[in-house]
Design a protein around this ligand. Structure first.
Ligand SMILES: NC(=O)c1ccc[n+]([C@@H]2O[C@H](COP(=O)([O-])OP(=O)(O)OC[C@H]3O[C@@H](n4cnc5c(N)ncnc54)[C@H](OP(=O)(O)O)[C@@H]3O)[C@@H](O)[C@H]2O)c1
Length: 215
């Protein structure tokens, strides 16, 4: 599958591109700076130079699936969260529909689909941006999955996760970026995950089993 990775230079994005390649897919790394291209080329990964704040429709040529794992990051003003996590994501969904890329996986965040009353400062604007982009995806004609991981860590992946439409107890739990990338690779052609919003945390069950057990 030709998979456009939006946010490929990011911490999940980097891991995802490598894992997609290992799994026999053809990742296309969307990056926004010239100097980010070589690191992907050295690994035989196709790249496309495009910026979510400009016209990025050219990135969708011959693309079968899109993974949105970009983000404005914690060090930018709140307004940038609206620009990237909300409006950039919404544009990415619209471009997928227009281009004919049928599969779309959104890296959202745990709590984004919960009652806004449970959101507290300083994260409220972030969940709001994520929720609006997720809602736009649910309203699209795409074979979507909204993936909502908990707090991300850079520890080595364990291969064991909890992946459910609703996880009841999650106050202190996290998930490695390695495992998020592995889950995305596993979900790509898992039809049972189409049209679903899934919460993701570290758990005791293998990724394969959790995906197989989706209703
Ligand atoms: N941090 C957490 O605990 C947490 C928890 C749940 C979900 N998430 C979500 O998980 C996703 C990935 O997280 P991460 O840690 O991998 O993020 P990250 O390392 O900050 O990567 C984000 C990527 O987005 C790219 N980006 C920003 N603005 C862009 C633009 N205008 N055009 C194109 N690309 C742009 C950045 O590009 P540059 O490399 O050029 O800066 C970067 O590569 C994000 O959506 C985040 O909100 C995070």
């Amino acid at each position: 599958m030709n998979v456009l990775v939006i946010g490929a230079n990011g911490q999940i994005g980097n891991r995802l591109v490598d894992q997609l390649k290992e799994a026999g897919h053809n990742p296309v790394a969307m990056v926004r700076k010239e100097e980010q291209i070589d690191q992907f080329k050295e690994h035989g990964v196709d790249t496309v130079l495009a910026d979510l704040e400009k016209d990025f429709s050219h990135a969708y040529q011959d693309i079968d699936a899109v993974v949105f794992t970009a983000g404005s990051g914690g060090d930018t003003p709140k307004s940038q969260t609206k620009v990237i996590d909300r409006d950039g994501a919404i544009k990415a969904i619209d471009e997928a529909e227009e281009s004919g890329a049928e599969r779309f996986i959104m890296v959202s965040a745990l709590k984004a689909n919960r009652d806004p009353e449970t959101w507290s400062e300083p994260m409220e604007h972030y969940y709001d941006a994520k929720a609006k982009a997720d809602e736009h995806l649910r309203d699209s004609n795409l074979n979507y999955t909204v993936l909502m991981p908990g707090q991300l860590t850079n520890e080595e992946g364990t291969g064991n996760v909890e992946l459910k439409e609703r996880i009841d107890s999650f106050d202190t739990k996290s998930i490695t970026r390695d495992d998020v990338a592995s889950v995305i690779v596993g979900l790509l052609d898992a039809e049972k995950s189409f049209g679903k919003s899934l919460e993701l945390l570290q758990g005791d069950t293998t990724i394969e089993q959790e995906i197989a057990e989706l209703e």
